[in-house]
Ligand binder design. Structure first.
Ligand code: ADP
Ligand code: MG
Length: 241
């Protein structure tokens, strides 16, 4: 029988309970297999996935639509960016065709900056394969058009910018495979519903959609109905740190 340093018997480790029971403990366990992504995750000091990451990443990798509600700071960005990057990298192994594969819609310019930076750091070890463009009303339409004509893989924008560029033909969405609505609750609070409806009317119907939100309001539920086929809803309460 094993004894600890106080000569007390050591009990068999109690199985973990609650939210984390059975959760994968590494990003690799979640199905993120691309070494370039794992390297980027490690270089950012992420030791293990957060709850929303461990729940959402396998689902998104599997092609499911996901609506995840988890509080601010719980790691929702990586939860949608990492599986998206893996899908693009996987596709690029077998095809050299280039097209805009993902549109990430966010409520503010500041968030667009943050998300684009985050994508750049997650794709730092695959920088040649992944091109990301952030649309902003700080740059001229001509510059934006030029950026988009280089056919990035991922576009990050507010709904108004995204729709303007789709409408003008500068942003071609015919081949879009992934749509992300980040901070979905704020997108609606900020009055972007009309732009969002226009966007959904112009993109492929069989697109994979991820909705991220800090709250699950009835409005977010409506968005879910508009944008998702049969989404898996993750209503997560992170245990207090
Ligand atoms: P949310 O979108 O849910 O508000 P973010 O994606 O912005 O949260 O992440 C919040 C912070 O947590 C960021 O600084 C991010 O780098 C950090 N973070 C995310 N995932 C992890 C992780 N698995 N390990 C350590 N830090 C993480
Ligand atoms: Mg966020």
């Amino acid at each position: 029988r094993k004894l600890d340093e106080n000569n007390e018997p050591v009990l068999a480790e109690t199985p973990s309970t609650g939210e984390t029971a059975g959760a994968a403990t590494t990003f690799r366990d979640l199905g993120l297999e691309d070494p370039r992504l794992l390297q980027a995750v490690a270089s950012q000091g992420f030791e293990k996935p957060t709850l929303v990451q461990s729940k959402a990443i396998p689902l998104v990798l599997d092609g499911h639509d996901v609506l995840a509600k988890a509080k601010t700071g719980s790691g929702k960005t990586a939860a949608y960016v990492l599986p998206l990057l893996q899908a693009i990298l996987r596709r690029k192994k077998t095809s050299s065709e280039s097209y805009i594969a993902a549109l990430i819609v966010v409520p503010t310019r500041e968030l667009a900056d943050q998300v684009a930076k985050s994508i750049d750091s997650f794709s730092a070890f695959a920088a040649k394969e992944i091109q990301t463009v952030k649309l902003s009303d700080k740059v001229s339409d001509a510059v934006q058009k030029a950026l988009l004509s280089n056919t990035p893989d991922i576009v990050v924008a507010t709904p108004s910018r995204a729709w303007k560029c789709i409408e003008s033909g500068a942003l071609s969405v015919e081949k879009l495979t992934h749509l992300v609505l980040d901070e979905a609750d704020l997108l609606l609070q900020y009055g972007y519903n009309e732009d969002l409806q226009s966007i959904t009317g112009s993109i492929p119907k069989n697109i994979q959609t991820t909705l991220m939100s800090a709250t699950l309001t009835t409005e977010v539920d409506t968005l879910k109905g508009t944008f998702c086929r049969s989404p898996t809803v993750l209503d997560l309460e992170e245990p207090d740190a």
